[in-house]
Write a protein that binds this ligand. Structure first.
Ligand SMILES: [Zn+2]
Length: 516
């Protein structure tokens, strides 16, 4: 329930501020560093306390964004209690562990009961899709999805709703790496786990057992278990999503539950590809029991539309998105204002919305500021499962998550990451390169180069919707109390917002190369 009100004077100052600067002739030229600065200084002020999901500061940010969408002339498209609204409620709850999860594994050789903290550890993801269910257990080999390098452990494997056992390391043939040297080295280190998990996004597994050898276990043991702090989760997501329940499992436990099965390793540290063959573990199932206290929390996505001008193409949508939430104060109580992460992206979206509304495209454009990205992409997951427009009519997602800073790797030319552009189709990346070359010409880096961050574009990607994730990279102020508005490169934020506008214009008015 929204029963708190924010100071009206704040809304008015913001709305008037943006109206004053609406005289440039080209729509893209109306996207200015000055207006972006205005939004960022508001959203990243101490008054908003870091915009943590379900906080008072988040609600103020949502109301501010709503007023910006209204002032720009966007249409509301979400229905709340039968009325059109800009704020889409997101059913979020805070879950506190009452009793730690217990895993019971049935195997043909008998039952194994696993205790949390001793035999396994919950590191990431939602437990909801696993609770109270009996799940098949599948051995997914090394869990490496690198089809371009000739290796895919998931090929032909039934994974939806299953619990996957992932063996550590990377394959060897006659003692030599199967994968290219750098890739092999990466997958053999603890860092390789994040790459493995990225490769599992489309599998819709219920859970993942990351089997740890002693060297990796020691490193992962430093991560806090998810049972130690309350979880903020989607209350209505009980079907497997793209973020599975991720737990670590000791080698000896994994070997015990796979005992007697063909194609499974027989000793810890086994890396011989000839001895590892993914497949369903015959007669092996798992059930999870846990108890939680749940408290509903208020949260909203901010959603607005500029309708297309073409009678046919207006039924298709380009999504322009950013997450509005950030983090709680740090352990010392300092507010983390999240100026770059992600007041900058939200400011960009607001400015692009205003520009598109001045001269609409043939296709419609849907603008969304998401809740709960930092808590596990909650807002985008809810948006796409309870989509206010037909989901298969969304043709692309342009996601701005940090557009105002530069990491160390980009110091020389202020290059920015434009990630995942070829994750769904190579045609999207080609189009992005062509549009940038023709318009803004900002130096872009398309490859991850060790950057493992993900954002709401991944949710679109799992539904087959291509897109791009504009990202500053992990600079020293990332997720710290020092991510402040005075450190933003406003010229860069303007350039990237204009580039996103140009990309939306291309997608909005032209045939889509990947839909021929
Ligand atoms: Zn972010």
């Amino acid at each position: 329930m929204m029963n708190r009100r924010l100071p009206v004077s704040l809304i008015f100052t913001a709305v008037l501020g943006s109206l004053a600067a609406q005289e440039a002739s080209s729509p893209a030229a109306s996207i200015t560093a000055a207006e972006i600065k205005h939004h960022i200084y508001f959203l990243a002020s101490d008054a908003l306390e870091g915009r943590y999901i379900a906080s008072k500061g988040y609600e103020i940010a949502a109301r501010y964004s709503e007023s910006q969408f209204m002032a720009a002339g966007l249409k509301s498209i979400v229905q709340v209690e039968g009325k059109p609204a800009f704020l889409q409620p997101v059913p979020v709850q805070k879950r506190t562990t009452k009793s730690a999860p217990v895993l019971t594994i049935k195997t043909p050789k008998g039952e194994i009961v696993l205790t949390h903290g001793k035999d396994f550890k919950w590191l990431e993801g939602d437990i909801l899709p696993c609770e109270g269910k009996t799940m098949d257990v599948v051995f997914a080999g090394f869990g490496i999805h690198e089809p371009a390098a000739g290796w895919d452990d998931f090929k032909g494997l039934a994974t939806e709703g299953k619990l996957l056992v992932i063996w550590p390391g990377a394959p060897l043939k006659k003692g030599k790496p199967v994968l290219p040297a750098v890739m092999h080295k990466n997958y053999s280190s603890v860092l390789g786990w994040s790459q493995k998990l990225m490769g599992m996004l489309s599998l819709r597994a219920a859970g993942v057992f990351m089997v740890t050898d002693p060297s990796i276990a020691a490193l992962l043991d430093r991560n806090r278990a998810k049972t130690e702090t309350p979880q903020v989760v989607l209350a209505n997501q009980t079907a497997p999503s793209f973020i599975p329940w991720i737990v670590t499992l000791k080698s000896e436990t994994a070997l015990a539950l796979m005992a007697g099965q063909s194609g499974t390793p027989k000793k810890a540290g086994e890396a011989d590809a000839a001895k590892i063959r993914p497949g369903r573990l015959a007669g092996v199932t798992a059930t999870v029991a846990a108890a939680f206290d749940a408290e509903p929390l208020p949260a909203w996505n901010v959603v607005g539309v500029v309708e297309g001008t073409d009678p046919v193409l207006k039924s298709e949508y380009i999504a322009v998105t950013a997450h509005l939430d950030h983090l709680n104060p740090d352990s010392k109580g300092a507010i983390r204002n999240g100026a770059d992460d992600n007041a900058s992206g939200c400011a960009g979206v607001m400015e692009i919305a205003e520009a598109v509304a001045r001269r609409p495209f043939k296709r419609s454009v849907i603008f969304v500021l998401f809740a709960g990205e930092e808590s596990g992409l909650l807002g985008s997951r809810h948006f796409l499962t309870e989509c206010p427009v037909p989901r298969d009519k969304i043709v692309a997602d342009l996601d701005l998550d940090m557009i105002g800073r530069t990491d160390k790797a980009g110091e020389a030319d202020r290059a920015h990451y434009a990630l995942d552009a070829d994750a769904v189709t190579p045609e999207f990346k080609k189009l992005l390169i062509a549009v940038n070359d023709r318009t803004v010409r900002w130096p872009l880096k398309y490859d991850r180069q060790g950057v493992s961050a993900g954002s709401d574009n991944m949710t679109f990607g799992t539904f087959g919707i291509p897109g791009v994730f504009f990202f500053s990279g992990s600079h020293p102020d990332y997720h710290r109390a020092t991510d402040d508005a005075d450190k933003i490169d406003y010229e860069k934020a303007e350039a990237l917002s204009r580039l996103t506008y140009e990309l939306a214009a291309e997608l909005g008015d032209k045939p889509l190369p990947w839909k021929k």
